[in-house]
Design a protein around this ligand. Structure first.
Ligand code: GLP
Length: 241
């Protein structure tokens, strides 16, 4: 495991963007695992800037997002599909047929989850997975639990997560209570993982993930077992290390 300490959010975003950009330069047909939330917004901005300068081409890149809210349609401005389109995809030359985000309104959710896993496998697996982290140590929407959930599945969101994410919704009642998320095994199969964290409210989760015992009660702690993972933290998120 590698830890990169950065001064602030800006520098954290730049470091993460550099890793994604070099991945695409080295392997133009890379399969990227992508994350949402407020943390990677700066990273997406930086990658878009590099794209606009003409240094990278997304034409052959395939993407898989970590998760999506259950019950939110693509067109809902709180869906992760909408987030990805607005903050990233509409600003680069990605082929939208190579973009994969779980369908939160699929009729048969079980089938949606199985199909998602199959698609990842058929693309040869994820080369680089970007992660954020929840205050409770969740990755994707893998909430603290008694066991590590293996593959893409439907999850019941934690009260803490609903509360944390309510800042993006009009009222807390509007926050979906369920989501579809890649499982821990899906994430751990990625060849390389980069996790970003910014702000003091992430300091405990980051400390636990890196130095704590490996437990599904702090899902990110499983990353200690991954052979190629880098944590990029700003001063506040890294303050307990
Ligand atoms: C959300 C997402 C996660 C994200 C996390 C942190 O619930 N499902 O993928 O990493 O919460 O979000 P933020 O970056 O806004 O703190």
């Amino acid at each position: 495991m590698r830890i990169i300490f950065t001064e602030d959010y800006q520098q954290m975003s730049k470091k993460a963007a550099d890793i994604v950009v070099s991945q695409i330069i080295l392997k133009p047909d890379s399969v990227l695992g992508l994350a949402t939330g407020s943390t990677p917004l700066g990273m997406y901005k930086q990658i878009v800037n590099t794209y606009k300068e003409g240094h990278i081409d997304f034409n052959e890149v395939t993407t898989f997002n970590l998760d999506e809210y259950y019950g939110l349609d693509k067109t809902n401005n709180q869906s992760y599909y909408y987030y990805m389109l607005e903050n990233f995809f509409k600003n680069i030359n990605i082929n939208m047929e190579r973009v994969n985000i779980p369908n939160g309104t699929a009729d048969d959710i079980e089938k949606e989850c199985l199909d998602y896993e199959r698609k990842i496998r058929n693309c040869g697996g994820i080369d680089l997975q970007v992660l954020g982290i929840g205050r409770n140590g969740h990755i994707g929407f893998n909430e603290p639990d008694l066991k590590f959930e293996a593959l893409t599945h439907i999850v019941e969101l934690d009260q803490q997560t609903i509360k944390d994410n309510s800042r993006f919704f009009d009222t807390i009642e509007d926050v979906p209570t369920k989501a579809i998320s890649m499982g821990i095994k899906t994430i751990m199969r990625a060849r390389k993982i980069v996790l970003l964290a910014s702000g003091e409210e992430k300091a405990d989760a980051i400390h636990g993930a890196i130095y704590g015992k490996i437990t599904p009660e702090l899902p990110a702690s499983v990353l200690q077992l991954h052979p190629d993972v880098v944590f990029i933290v700003d001063k506040e998120a890294g303050s307990r290390l």
